[in-house]
Design a protein around this ligand. Structure first.
Ligand SMILES: [Zn+2]
Length: 244
């Protein structure tokens, strides 16, 4: 696909996701490749995933701390040590001006060349990819990339009170169910083990999945096939937007 920036041309990536584990399901193999290539990757997770988990006996008030810890551990598996949480309530995220400002703040702090985020669109083929929180975060993230983070007069308090100058993100990667559009594919065969380790770190979410390895491998093999990669390869798919 023309126009996708080479990893060697950039230095920082910011992944903006709704829940702990989203980045790992959609893109951890790719993130591992980025960090192996020397890119600095930062995670910004909008909620604490406090509506997640399957164990009814686990005290709900302890869920946010558990899920944050799991995401931090998962991040380490793929070379990411800077993980920021915004603490929005899980299951009730809307693309509000507050969220746009909060994301524009993080973009101006991190100054990424590339932003990774979920799709703001509903996926009719795979309804599980279009969780309302994912769509809201995808929409707010794109609005934060354009125009909020780059317009010095948007959310003027960011400059006036926090000295955060405008920042232009050059490229956005939409991950995890980008609809029928032709995509950009990353071969993650070599980093699959690291992705799996990251997913296993989300014990409260994946601990019960005895077939996790098989399930993820099957999905990524299908994406690789879609990408036209040879038999036996695994891939993650994205839609890449030029936002420079
Ligand atoms: Zn999610």
């Amino acid at each position: 696909m023309a126009g996708v920036l080479e990893d060697a041309e950039i230095s920082r990536v910011l992944a903006i996701m709704a829940h702990p584990d989203d980045v790992d399901f959609s893109a951890a193999g790719t993130v591992a490749r980025w960090t192996e290539a020397g890119l600095e990757v930062v995670y910004c997770i909008v909620t604490d995933g406090d509506a997640g988990g399957l164990d009814d006996g686990f005290p709900r008030e302890k869920m946010p701390a558990l899920r944050r810890a799991e995401q931090v551990a998962a991040a380490k598996c793929v070379g990411v040590t800077d993980v920021r949480f915004l603490g929005y309530p899980d299951g009730r995220v809307e693309a509000t001006l507050d969220l746009r400002r909060d994301l524009a703040r993080v973009i101006r702090q991190v100054r990424p060349d590339r932003v990774l985020c979920p799709s703001p669109e509903r996926n009719y083929a795979r309804i599980g990819f279009g969780h309302p929180d994912h769509r809201a975060v995808g929409s707010a993230a794109l609005d934060a990339v354009y125009p909020d983070a780059r317009n010095p007069f948007a959310f003027p308090e960011l400059r006036e009170r926090e000295s955060l100058e405008a920042w232009t993100v050059r490229e956005v990667w939409i991950g995890g169910g980008f609809g029928p559009e032709p995509g950009h594919y990353v071969d993650v065969t070599e980093t699959f083990g690291r992705k799996l380790a990251a997913l296993r770190a989300h014990e409260s979410q994946t601990g019960h999945m005895t077939d996790l390895d098989e399930r993820i491998r099957t999905r990524l093999a299908l994406v690789a096939q879609q990408a036209g990669l040879p038999e036996g390869r695994l891939a993650e798919g994205f839609r890449v937007l030029d936002t420079a």
